[in-house]
Structures are given as structure tokens and as C-alpha cells.
Design a protein around this ligand. Structure first.
Ligand code: HEC
Length: 163
């Protein structure tokens, strides 16, 4: 009986303490989010961005992967490729309309690059990286952004060095 009472008390407490899902108008921790919960989600979604924001991350990881290969820092190259793949997946979750153009890249191009990195051989890496770059550009052509023409970086700006 004591237990039942305790459970009843806890349940009542939970009901009273649970925030009303759509009525909350508190401005968030830093005071810039306003409106209902739905409106706040909308604001955050806008800030998070679509595929373009994902591409900024993809680009950074592409560049870092290139220099990792130049350094023969194979673990770092593998790490960057994995993060690059995750960034594309997140981008596709936000913009599923891009999925058909991305399919070849995700199912063929990334695994081939991964296999080349696993050989820990610079010639294999360089060959695979050239193909990889071509495939960035072929997706850009499919998506009508061919003016975003990717080439391996010429100047090193990162902070991770291995040699
Ligand atoms: C799904 C096909 C697809 C693949 C694969 C792809 N991209 Fe993109 N990329 C796009 C699209 C679409 C945009 C334009 C995004 C937008 O709508 O704002 C873009 C934009 C970009 C931009 C410009 C970002 C900005 O807003 O300044 C860069 C840089 C970029 N991609 C690099 C790459 C690199 C590097 C690769 C290969 C590792 C790659 N992309 C692979 C579709 C792709």
C-alpha cells in the first residue's frame, strides 16, 4: 500500500511538472529563441541549414583527407573519410531530394576511397583521390551547381601535421 501511494504521488508530481509541449514561450538558455516549441524548432532548423551547410563540412574533411594522404597519416585519412560520410548522411537526412544524386558517391565512391586508404600506400591513395574528386564534381553537375568545381587543395592551411 505504501508503495502504491508513493507511485501515485510520483505520477501526480510528473503530470504537474511536465511542461505543456506547445505552450512554452520561454526564450531558451541564451534568450534568443522565442515563440512556441514548434516555432523554436523552426528557428533552429533554419540555423542548422540544408545541404549547403553539410557541404561546408564535407569540403573541410575532403581537404584534410588530402593532406593526411600526403603525410601518409592513414589513420587520420580514414577518420576524415568517416566524418565526411557522416556529414553527407546528415545532409541527406535534411534534404532527401539529393539522395538519388548521392547514391553512387555513398555506395561506390566512398567505399573505394576507404579501400585505398586501407592499403596504406600513397600511390593507391593518390589514384583514388583523383577519382574521388571527379565524383564530387559529377554530383555537382547532376545537381546544377557545376560552377562549384572541386580540385585538390594547393595550399595547406590546416593545423594537423604528421611529418
Ligand atoms: C549529392 C551530390 C553531391 C556530392 C556527392 C558532393 N556535393 Fe558538394 N554540393 C552539392 C550541392 C547540391 C551543393 C549546393 C548546396 C546548396 O544547395 O546550397 C554543393 C555545394 C558544395 C560546396 C559549396 C558550399 C558552400 O555553400 O560554400 C562545396 C565546397 C562542395 N559542395 C564540396 C564538395 C566536395 C569536396 C565533395 C566531394 C568530397 C562534394 N561536394 C560532393 C552536392 C554534392
Amino acid at each position: 500500500m505504501k508503495y502504491l501511494l508513493a507511485i501515485g504521488f510520483m505520477a501526480t508530481l510528473l503530470i504537474y511538472c511536465a511542461p505543456a509541449a506547445d505552450e512554452s514561450t520561454s526564450a531558451g538558455r541564451d534568450g534568443w529563441l522565442s515563440g512556441t516549441t514548434d516555432e523554436k524548432f523552426e528557428t533552429i532548423t533554419e540555423h542548422l541549414g540544408g545541404f549547403g551547410k553539410a557541404m561546408l563540412e564535407v569540403n573541410l574533411r575532403y581537404i584534410e583527407m588530402f593532406w593526411a594522404g600526403e603525410d601518409e597519416n592513414w589513420d587520420y585519412a580514414a577518420y576524415q573519410l568517416e566524418e565526411l560520410e557522416e556529414a553527407i548522411e546528415d545532409g541527406l537526412q535534411r534534404r532527401p531530394a539529393r539522395a538519388s544524386s548521392a547514391e553512387h558517391f555513398v555506395t561506390v565512391v566512398i567505399p573505394e576511397m576507404e579501400a585505398a586508404i586501407e592499403t596504406r600506400n600513397k600511390d593507391n591513395f593518390d589514384r583514388a583521390f583523383e577519382l574521388f574528386t571527379t565524383q564530387c564534381n559529377s554530383c555537382h553537375a547532376m545537381e546544377n551547381v557545376a560552377f562549384i568545381r572541386i580540385q585538390p587543395p594547393k595550399v595547406r592551411t590546416g593545423s594537423v601535421f604528421f611529418k
